[in-house]
Design a protein around this ligand. Sequence first.
Ligand SMILES: Nc1ncnc2c1ncn2[C@@H]1O[C@H](COP(=O)(O)OP(=O)(O)O)[C@@H](O)[C@H]1O
Ligand SMILES: [Mg+2]
Length: 329
Amino acid sequence: MSQAAQVSVLALHLHGTHLGYLAGFAGGHNIVTFTPDYLHSQTRPTFTLTQLGKPDLLEKPWQTRQRLHPVLSNLLPEGALREWAAHQLKVHPDNEFPLFTWFGNDLPGALIVTPLEPEQVPAWALMRNKTQTAPVIVPVSHYGQRFSLAGVQMKFSGKHQDGRYHISQAGELGNWIIKTPSTLYPHVPANEYTCMTLAGLAGVNIPEIRLIPLAELDGLPNIQLPAETHAYAIRRFDRDDTDGRIHTEDFAQILQKYPHEKYRDSNYEMLGRILQQYSRDGIADLQQLARRLLVNILLGNGDAHLKNWTVFYPDQITVISNLPKYTYS
Ligand SMILES: Nc1ncnc2c1ncn2[C@@H]1O[C@H](COP(=O)(O)OP(=O)(O)O)[C@@H](O)[C@H]1O
Ligand SMILES: [Mg+2]
C-alpha cells in the first residue's frame, strides 16, 4: 500500500471574500481550488483579469509542481529577497509553497493567505488525479513573517511616522517602498528619483516619490551598503494610509507568464488591447501607455518587461492602470 502524502493548506482571501484554498504537498505538488461561493457570486471581487477573458479558468483546480501558478508565483520576490527567505526557511528558492506561506500576510495587492488547521480543510480542496490514499493534513509552518515585494533590487516596505521611516517588521504593513543604494551601481536612488521626476513632468501619472537620508531609516536589517547617503522611496499604490489593501496585478500575472518569462512572448500592443477591452477608462489608460512608452525611449529605459506594468482594482471589481494624478507639493 502506498504511503499517505503529507499536505499543508492555506486559505486565500480577497477583501474579506474566501476565494479558495492552496494545498502544498510534501513532494512539491501544489493545487489551488476556488470555493463554490466565490465561483457563483455575482458581486465577487476580481482576483485576476485573466478570469474575465477565460470564464472557466477558475472552474478547474490549478495544479503545478514546485512553483505555484503564475498568478500566485508573481507575488513572490525574484532576486535577493527570495534568496534570503529561502535561506531562512532552509528550502530551495524554487520551492514556492513555503515561501508563499512565509510572505502570505503581506503580499503585493490585496490577496491574504492564512494557514488552516487540518479540520478546517474540505476534502475537495485536496483532489489529485489518481490519488489512492487520502493525504495527511499537517499544520502550516512559518506563517506570514515578512513582506513580499516583486522585482530584483533590494527593497523594503515601510511607513513614515514622526519624521522617520520605519521598515516594517513581522506582521506590520507598510505604505512606502524604500530602495536602498546598490553595492553594484553608483547612485541608483538618485537615478530612479530623477527618471521618475522627468516621467512625471512629461505627463506620466506617478505616485509620490522621495529621496530620503539613510539616517532617517529605522529597522534596516544588517545589509551591505555603499558609502552613499540617500535611499529612494515611492508611495505604494496597493496600500492606503489606514493599512487598507488595494488589489493589483502585473502583466505577467495577467498573461500567465512566470517571472523568468517576463521578456518573452508579448508586446505592448497586447497590453494596449487588454487595457482597451477591460479598463473602466480605456482611453486614459491607452494614453498613459503611449506616454510611458515614449518616456521609456527618451530615458533609455530598456527594462519595461511584463512585471513592470501593473493594473489595480480601486473598486475591487473593475481594472484601471492610470494612477490618480499626484500633485507635487
Ligand atoms: N509605487 C508602487 N506601489 C505598489 N507596488 C509597486 C510600486 N512600485 C513598484 N511596485 C511593485 O513592485 C515591483 C518591483 O518594483 P520595481 O520598481 O520594478 O523594482 P525593481 O527595480 O526591483 O524591478 C513592481 O513589479 C511592482 O509590482
Ligand atoms: Mg521592476
